[in-house]
Ligand binder design. Structure first.
Ligand code: FAD
Length: 547
């Protein structure tokens, strides 16, 4: 099979244009091409009005060796790499103890699935509820202002990405093609097949709910066990004669203890109580940079027009996204994050008396507004005022401070504090909405956001907005709306691990995914789940071979 890259065709090309482009590229006749498939389809929108589709194609040709020789100097004609996933090992006949996975977000889901597929029958603990019940609890906050601290946007089956835009791309390096395994399993679980080949796939919230349920059934059918509403509250750690610490089990909030030598920690970034427990138990943690800011909402139509010009609305292009960055005079960088085309802003707190924003959308991405976080990068040195002890958990103290402040500025009813962009730039409180209506539920309380974040962050966002307006006309329109605060952009801690994916100072503990600082987003969390499942499997298999 040959892989042809960078095949460019106009947006509205006929179906026959693809085989014609292959023949033209390879200088062969129709009889030389047995079949072809689309590996990737992206678009180049740099020339608005002349947007092109860019294909990567896998082509089965009659005389592959000869063609490869003929195109030896052409980087766009190469043998198709083998991207099939192969298991690293299989479970031994008898397992002394089953591995335990804590957390059923994308990382825990893939760690659990892979361990189950290799025969290790994992036990997966999830503090939140199964996804349908969790959906009801989440909507209870959005509709009726009732927060369920153990069942919300952050906690429950499917993890943080369940109520999301379901973007499934990442910039991680992936030499083993684990990302393809993630996408393939998602398709088996009900995702549209196009996620395998479009360059920026997304699935939206409703489909994710069903997919997560289907993956749960697969894990269970392979002997895995999934326990909801079972929070891991403690780790049982034993120190051997050489002073090495080993995991020996997990204690649950119910008081039950599970004996195991292998624990995958797939906690996500919001399990603050569990991070505190890890710190207390002496597991090596460190503070990690993350970002804070606001969500901004604009009419989706201005983003579509700015990006796609006259071709805005074309079904192959969908709702347009954007990615912006500005380096400020005060040394900070401001950038757009987790952009949700045609979506809504959602209440994403997991703690009472706090307000946090995030974004989601449905597969159709056809809501009125585009939203994205506009965030400022912060470093552990910025955390000191909030927890002078220099604790690795100081970033959490910072998050809590500003989330509580947002609750207060929003009126203390889980409404998000909001301000029109024009008023924010002019330094005056907002009192009335313009044409852009915010989508955040249960509501937005207009106010002055100048005291909703540290001064350096406010200053940086004020400088960045006019710069962003120069890149996307209308981005700085006075009636665009900020809501806040956006504090859960990534984990504030890293639970460091070694090359074999085990904690630096606790053997048998496998920190994984976003909460441990090894992923950011659904796809990369799934990829990390696979990587860690392989490490657990090899560790168990190795232990058996050695015994
Ligand atoms: P999580 O998904 O956070 O899962 C961790 C799980 O562990 C949770 O279910 C939690 O309940 C459980 N848990 C925690 N502590 C314990 C404990 N002590 N015992 C038992 N269980 C525990 N990413 C994208 O790539 N694309 C998007 O479009 C996107 N949109 C998003 C929209 C929203 C509203 C949010 C909140 C996030 C979004 N993200 C998106 C980010 C993405 O969801 C995360 O990067 C991803 O879910 C991280 O996966 P994870 O498995 O590492 O952690």
């Amino acid at each position: 099979m040959l892989r042809l890259t960078d095949i460019k065709l106009p947006l509205d090309h006929a179906e026959q244009a693809l085989p014609a482009a292959i023949r033209a590229k390879l200088h062969v006749g129709a009889q030389a091409i047995r079949s072809y498939s689309v590996f990737r389809r992206g678009h180049d929108a740099r020339k608005r009005g002349a947007i092109q589709l860019i294909y990567t194609l896998d082509v089965d040709v009659a005389d592959e060796a000869k063609l490869l020789q003929r195109f030896a100097d052409d980087p766009h004609v190469r043998p198709t790499p083998d991207t099939n996933y192969r298991f690293v090992t299989q479970a031994p006949e008898k397992l002394a103890h089953r591995p335990v996975v804590i957390g059923l977000g994308p990382c825990g889901l893939f760690a659990g699935l892979l361990l189950a597929q290799m025969g290790f029958r994992p036990i997966i603990l999830e503090r939140g509820k199964a996804v349908r019940e969790r959906t009801k609890d989440t909507w209870d906050l959005w509709r009726k202002r009732n927060l369920h601290p153990e069942s919300n946007v952050q906690f429950g089956e499917g993890g943080a990405g369940t109520f999301s835009d379901g973007k499934l791309y990442s910039q991680i390096s992936d030499p083993h093609h684990y990302g393809r395994k993630v996408l393939t399993e998602f398709v088996k679980a009900g995702a549209p097949e196009e996620i395998i080949y479009v360059s920026k796939p997304h699935i939206g919230t409703f489909r994710l709910v069903t997919m997560v349920e289907n993956m749960r059934s697969t894990i269970e059918s392979l002997g895995g066990e999934i326990r909801f509403e079972q929070r891991a509250d403690d780790l049982l750690i034993e120190t051997d004669a050489q002073g090495t610490r080993h995991i020996r089990g997990v204690a649950l909030a119910s008081g039950e203890q599970l004996r195991t030598d292998h624990v995958v920690l797939a906690l996500g970034h919001s399990a603050r109580d569990t991070f505190e427990m890890l710190h207390k138990r002496g597991v090596y943690l460190e503070a990690k940079p993350f970002s804070i800011g606001f969500r901004v909402e604009h009419p989706q139509s201005i983003i579509d027009r700015a990006r796609f010009g006259p071709q805005a609305g074309h079904p192959l292009l969908g709702a347009a996204d954007y990615k912006l960055v500005h380096h400020c005079r005060n040394g900070r960088s401001v950038y757009s994050f987790c952009m949700c085309p045609g979506g809504t802003v959602v209440a994403a707190t997991s703690e009472p008396g706090r307000v946090v924003t995030n974004g989601m959308s449905q597969y159709s991405r056809n809501e009125r507004n585009a939203n994205a976080a506009i965030v400022v990068g912060i470093e552990p040195s910025d955390f000191t005022p909030y927890d002078g002890s220099g604790s690795p958990l100081a970033g959490i103290a910072l998050q809590r401070f500003w989330e509580s402040r947002a609750f207060e500025l929003g009126g203390g009813t889980y409404e998000a504090p909001g301000q029109l962009v024009g008023d924010f730039l002019a330094g005056q409180a907002s009192t009335v909405f313009g044409d852009v209506m915010p989508s955040y539920k249960p509501g937005v309380h207009l106010t002055d956001l100048a005291t909703a974040l540290p001064d350096y962050a406010i200053e940086a966002i004020r400088e960045a907005m006019p710069a962003f307006d120069r890149k996307i006309k209308g981005f700085g329109r006075p009636d665009a709306i900020f809501t806040g605060v956006e504090t859960r952009t990534s984990s504030p801690v890293r639970v460091r691990r070694d090359d074999d994916c085990q904690s630096l100072n606790t053997r048998g503990l496998f920190p994984a995914g976003e909460g441990a600082g090894y992923a950011g987003g659904i796809l990369s969390a799934g990829v990390d789940g696979i990587r860690v499942a392989e490490a657990v499997a090899l560790s168990i298999a190795g232990a058996y071979q050695a015994a």
